[in-house]
Design a protein around this ligand. Structure first.
Ligand SMILES: [Mn+2]
Length: 193
């Protein structure tokens, strides 16, 4: 089983830098995906988001819960960020997801897979109790991770969005059709062949 992925992102209208960030890293035959929204906008939001990216890179081999906790610690003194983490292990068809705050994930699958995030902000006060959701996925399942600059109306758009679509094309379409100009917008799509 192989994983194909694509991403599309743009800053809020009038801004030079995005406070969103994402990361896709392969490690030990698995793929770890992070989608991050730094609070507020502009350079300070970007600083928080980049801090989260660097921390995820440093702890990529560790359990999702530990990565989340490390980010929480690393982001103290920044604006803070929200983040979703997805790990796909193609050999076992195992997917695990953990999210803090309002980034989203939508899974196109024959199964009902509806991961949810806990309310909270990395870097602020106390983390919520972290919840890891585990699934076994199928060939052709498509995972869409997005920040709140992408309107969730895309979920009912079965004309544009189909399981097994080319991930790069789908990410570009989602940004174009559903990106809000009033916020930084980022979407990452992964398809498991
Ligand atoms: Mn946002």
């Amino acid at each position: 089983m192989t994983i194909r992925w694509g991403a599309a992102a743009r800053p809020k209208q009038g801004q030079e830098v995005s406070g969103d960030a994402y990361l896709v890293i392969e490690h030990n035959g698995s793929t770890l995906v992070a989608i991050i929204d730094g609070l507020g906008g502009g350079a300070e939001a970007a600083r928080a988001a980049i801090g989260a990216v660097q921390t995820v890179e440093s702890y990529v081999h560790r359990p999702l819960k530990e990565i989340m906790e490390r980010c929480h610690t690393a982001l103290h003194g920044t604006r803070g960020a929200v983040m979703g983490l997805l790990r796909l292990s193609p050999d076992s068809r195992h997917a695990s997801y953990m999210g803090v705050g309002n980034t989203g994930i939508h899974v196109l699958s024959a199964q009902t897979i509806k991961p949810i995030s806990r309310n909270g902000i990395l870097g602020h006060r106390q983390l919520p109790s972290l919840l890891e959701l585990n699934y076994t996925y199928d060939h052709g399942d498509t995972f869409i991770l997005y920040t709140d600059g992408i309107s969730t109306r895309f979920m009912s758009d079965t004309g544009h969005i189909r399981r097994g679509d080319d991930p790069e094309a789908l990410a570009a379409t989602l940004l174009k059709q559903y990106g809000k100009t009033s916020d930084d917008a980022t979407v990452v799509v992964l398809t498991v062949d």
